[in-house]
Design a protein around this ligand. Structure first.
Ligand code: FAD
Length: 396
C-alpha cells in the first residue's frame, strides 16, 4: 500500500549525486513531479570525491563516446541555463605519451577519434610546452582535445537540484530508502523510507556504488561494485596547469580490472588554485582507507609530467568509490525484471562527465520521447553484465 495524504510523485529519484541530480532536473524540465531522496547530505557520495572532469578524450569511438559528446553539449547548456554557477570551465584536455611505448597507441586513438569527427590534434614537444609551459622537457608527443571541460561536481549537483526545485521538485536529505512498494502486478509503486512511504509512478535508482543494494531492495540485481580511487589536493598555487592533463597510459587503467592499484597521472587545477592529482583504481570493496603507498605512486607519476610539483605541499588526500560495472558502460534504463524501476548508475570514473546525457536518457525513457543517443548499449540486463559478488550489497 502506498501512503495516502498526497505524498505521491510521478518519479522518485534515489540518490542526490550528480547522476540523480541530472535525472531530477531533466524530468522536472519535462513537467514531471519529482522527489529526490538521499540517505546522506546533498551529493555527499562519490560525487563529492570527483575531480569534475568532463572528458571525451579518454573514450574510443563507441557508445560511451557518443554519451560523452551529448553530455559535453548538455553541460554547456547547463552553464548557460542554470541559475547557480558551478565553475564550468571548457578548458580542453592534453594527453601526454610519457614513454616510447605510449606514442603509437596515442596516435592510433587520436586517428580513430578524428574518424568519427572528434576534435583531436597530435602535438609535438614544442606544441605541448606551448599548451603547458611547466610540462617536463623530455615529453615529445601528446594530443590536444579542445572539447574536454571541467565542473565542480558538488556545485553542479546543487545547481541542478536547485533548478529542479524551482520547477516543482522536492529534495529530502537524510532519507534512507529501506524498501519498495509494488502493485499487484509487481510493478514498482513507491518506496519505503526512514521518513515514511512515498508513492511513485516510477523510481530511478541513482545510488552510485550502492546501486546494487538498492536494486536488491526492489527484488532485482545489478553487477555494480565499488572501485576505490585516491585523490591528492595540493596547496593553492599561482597558475601552473592550464588544461586537464593526463598521461596516455591512463586510458588503459580504465579497463584493467585488478585488485592491485592501477595508477596513472591525471592533473588539473581548480579556480581556487589547488591542483588535483589522481588517479588510482582498485577493486577492494567498500574500503575507503587511504593507502600511502598509492599516494606516493600518484605523486611520483604527477611529478613525471610536472617536475615543478616536486616541492609543493599537499593540502589533503582522500578516497572515493567509483560505481564499476564489468563491461565498463553505464547502466541506464528500465529494469526488465521489475517494471517501474529505472537504473542510472555504473558510470565508474566518468559519472560527472556523463550525467547530463544520462539524465536525458532517463527522461526520454520515462516520458517516451526521443533519446539523445541510442539507449540500447546501456540497457539493463544486456550481455556482459554479470551478477555482483556479496560485497556489492554492503552498505558503504
Ligand atoms: C577519486 C575520484 C575521482 C573522480 N573523478 C571524476 C572526474 O573527474 N570526472 C568524472 O566524470 N567522474 C569522476 N569520478 C567518478 C564520479 O565521481 C562518479 O561516477 C559519479 O560521482 C557517480 O555519481 P552518482 O550520482 O551515480 O553516485 P553518488 O554520487 O555516489 O550518489 C549516490 C547517492 O545515493 C545515495 N544512496 C545510496 N543508497 C541509498 C539509499 N538506500 N537511500 C537513499 N539514498 C541512497 C548516497 O548517499 C549517494 O549520495 C571520480 C571518482 C572518484 C572516486
Amino acid at each position: 500500500m502506498v501512503a495516502g495524504g498526497g505524498d505521491t510523485f510521478d518519479v522518485v529519484v534515489v540518490g542526490s549525486g550528480v547522476v540523480g541530480a541530472a535525472c531530477a532536473y531533466e524530468l522536472a524540465l519535462a513537467g514531471r513531479h519529482v522527489l529526490v531522496v538521499d540517505r546522506g547530505g546533498l551529493a555527499a557520495g562519490t560525487t563529492a570525491s570527483g575531480e569534475g572532469n568532463v572528458l571525451v578524450s579518454d573514450k574510443p569511438p563507441g557508445p560511451e563516446l557518443d554519451l560523452a559528446r551529448a553530455s559535453v553539449a548538455r553541460w554547456a547548456d547547463y552553464a548557460a541555463q542554470l541559475s547557480e554557477p558551478f565553475e564550468y570551465d571548457p578548458k580542453g584536455g592534453v594527453v601526454v605519451a610519457t614513454d616510447d611505448a605510449g606514442r603509437a597507441p596515442l596516435a592510433d586513438l587520436v586517428a580513430r577519434q578524428r574518424d568519427v569527427g572528434l576534435a583531436a590534434e597530435l602535438v609535438d614537444g614544442a606544441g605541448l610546452r606551448t599548451l603547458e609551459p611547466h610540462l617536463a622537457a623530455d615529453l615529445e608527443l601528446g594530443a590536444h582535445y579542445p572539447d574536454d571541460a571541467q565542473v565542480q561536481p558538488v556545485l553542479a549537483s546543487s545547481a541542478l537540484l536547485a533548478d529542479a526545485r524551482r520547477l516543482g521538485a522536492e529534495v529530502r536529505g537524510h532519507c534512507d530508502v529501506l524498501g519498495f512498494v509494488h502493485d499487484r502486478d509487481g510493478r514498482v509503486a513507491g518506496v519505503r523510507t526512514t521518513q515514511g512511504t512515498v508513492g511513485a509512478g516510477a523510481v530511478v535508482n541513482a545510488a552510485g556504488p550502492w546501486a546494487t543494494a538498492v536494486a536488491r531492495l526492489a527484488g532485482s540485481d545489478l553487477p555494480v561494485r565499488p572501485r576505490r580511487g585516491h585523490l591528492l589536493v595540493t596547496v593553492p598555487l599561482a597558475p601552473t596547469v592550464h588544461h586537464k592533463v593526463y598521461e596516455a597510459g591512463y586510458v588503459d587503467t580504465l579497463t584493467a580490472d585488478t585488485t592491485d592499484a592501477q595508477v596513472s597521472a591525471v592533473v588539473e587545477s581548480t579556480p581556487s588554485g589547488t591542483i588535483l592529482l589522481g588517479s588510482s583504481r582498485e577493486l577492494v570493496g567498500f574500503d575507503t582507507t587511504v593507502d600511502l603507498a598509492v599516494v606516493r605512486r600518484i605523486a611520483a607519476r604527477a611529478r613525471r609530467l610536472f617536475p615543478v610539483l616536486a616541492d609543493v605541499d599537499l593540502l589533503r588526500v582522500y578516497t572515493g568509490l567509483r560505481p564499476w560495472v564489468p563491461d565498463h558502460l553505464p547502466i541506464v534504463g528500465e529494469d526488465p525484471a521489475v517494471r517501474g524501476l529505472w537504473h542510472a548508475t555504473g558510470h565508474e570514473g566518468a559519472g560527472i562527465g556523463l550525467a547530463p546525457a544520462t539524465g536525458q536518457l532517463i527522461r526520454a525513457g520515462i516520458t517516451d520521447t526521443p533519446p539523445p543517443v541510442d539507449p540500447l548499449p546501456f540497457r539493463v540486463g544486456r550481455p556482459g553484465l554479470r551478477p555482483a559478488p556479496v560485497e556489492a550489497a554492503a552498505r558503504g
